[in-house]
Ligand binder design. Structure first.
Ligand code: SF4
Length: 451
């Protein structure tokens, strides 16, 4: 079978964007051709997310719409892939007339499942967990880009009580060190200047005796790119040794996403997060002491079962103390399989909504304060886009800057922030010749006793 066309729609996080590249490569190697117009497709693949019920509802709405296309195009195959396939399984066939249901460890078998469907005209389901890591598959990205991602691990063993991930993406497993280095070298060869290592908890990565810090040092010494990032880091696994090592890397970007979730110790314990608010705060202070320019962003959840006004106030209080540059803020979303499903009493939906609104207002003020502190600052940007007449570049601490000038994509420039509109930084180039400057190395200062 050859020259069949597929269209892929991706929902969810960066991990799913990465998996879409893996799926594209698998499909392409079996002679399937990707199309950007769904109407041209023989096969529609929907790569889904189940982390919040809202994401599932959106994907199901889209499926409902697309299944009508089957009347116009008999033989059209619709496949649901990823977390939702794992979660809903046969229900997708029974209620949504889906032809393929493929879990996150089964993408290698997609071409075989499609062929099997054509032969038998029977729906195909493959949702077994196999500890698959997609070693030796270099993801195919659609657009040439100066930023690239490498999934260094899959799954999660942490079982936070609200989270469906361990149930739909399986147990934690790490990709081998050699494969990660191969992927990094491939990205660099293709012009990538900023590499982000991704995983549900990158700090837990290991390969025999090598830990995450060994991996970082290995990637850091590769030539031909400027910047190294990673996400997500679980606060419980973060130590002073991590900060010390980050500070010595040449390409480390002083930006870290560290999900807090709640500022109440009672709620953190119910969430099974493995740290207290005091421990979290101490880790932030250690980081700021060792890496003075460090920027933190976070995730915060309100309305977790049993959350009281006092618990909620403790969260606001901690946000006020830490002053994150940005926070992704959510209402608790009940997910199947999770322990939090059984925790009662639930927070009234209206109260949870009010708490979320007030939280957003509160954090937005902090975000604005943080943004305003960039006025007149000098920073180094990596140019990612140019659309006449503006170039867009990212600072090392992950702020996008707009420059009214045509700059070379993939190059580093020094600029000064001259204006701020809303949350957008506007800058001017200080020196028009791009400066592929040696990345600054932070020197560890003596830690204060007790930190
Ligand atoms: S660390 Fe917790 S929240 Fe993150 S993926 Fe694992 S179980 Fe989910």
């Amino acid at each position: 079978m050859c020259e069949l066309k597929f269209y892929i729609k991706v929902y969810g996080c960066q991990m799913n964007q990465y998996d879409a590249g893996v799926i594209r490569r698998i499909m392409e190697e079996s002679n399937f051709i990707e199309v950007s117009d769904v109407k041209e497709a023989d096969i529609i693949l929907v790569l889904t997310c189940s982390v919040r019920s809202h994401a599932e509802i959106r994907a199901l709405g889209q499926l409902n719409f697309w299944r009508r296309l089957k009347y116009e195009k008999p033989g059209l195959i619709i496949g649901v892939l990823g977390c939702m396939a794992q979660n809903l399984k046969d229900l997708l066939i029974e209620k949504f007339n889906v032809d393929l249901v493929v879990g996150s460890d089964q993408y290698r078998f997609l071409p075989k499942l499609i062929n099997e469907y054509y032969k038998t005209k029977l729906p195909q389901v493959a949702t077994e967990f196999t500890m698959e890591n997609y070693e030796h598959i270099i993801p195919k990205t659609n657009n040439a880009s100066v930023v690239g991602y490498i999934s260094i691990m899959r799954g999660c063993n942490n079982y936070c009580s609200y989270c469906i991930v361990p149930y739909v993406r399986g147990r934690e497993r790490s990709k081998s060190l050699s494969q990660i280095v191969t992927e990094a070298e491939s990205l660099i060869r293709h012009g990538v200047k900023e590499i982000t290592l991704i995983g549900q908890n990158v700090l837990a990565w290991h390969d025999n005796n090598a830990d995450f810090l060994t991996l970082l040092k290995e990637i850091d010494q590769l030539d031909g790119y400027y910047r190294l990032r990673f996400l997500t880091s679980h606060p419980k696994d973060l130590t002073v040794k991590h900060w010390e090592t980050f500070s010595q890397l040449k390409k480390f970007c002083p930006y870290i996403h560290l999900p807090l979730q709640s500022g109440s110790n009672r709620i953190l314990a119910l969430m099974n997060r493995g740290y207290t608010k005091e421990e979290y705060l101490e880790k932030v202070m250690q980081g700021r002491q060792i890496i003075p320019d460090l920027v933190f962003t976070t995730d915060v959840m309100v309305g977790f079962p049993t959350e009281t006004d006092d618990d909620y106030k403790e969260t606001l209080d901690l946000l006020g103390k830490i002053k994150f540059d940005f926070a992704y803020m959510f209402k608790y979303s009940e997910r199947p399989y999770t322990k939090a499903q059984k925790i009662t009493p639930k927070v009234d939906a209206k109260i949870a909504q009010e708490r979320l609104i007030r939280l957003i207002e509160y954090q937005n003020k902090i975000t604005k304060e943080r943004i305003n502190s960039y006025l007149n600052k000098e920073c180094e940007i990596l140019v990612e886009f140019y659309t006449y007449p503006y170039s867009k570049g990212r600072t090392k601490d992950n702020k996008m800057v707009i420059i009214k000038d045509k700059l070379e994509i993939g190059e580093i420039y020094r600029c000064r922030i001259t204006n701020i509109k809303g949350w957008t930084l506007i800058g001017e180039i200080i020196d028009k010749s791009n400066c592929n400057v040696q990345n600054k190395v932070y020197y560890i200062e003596n830690l204060k006793e007790g930190l």
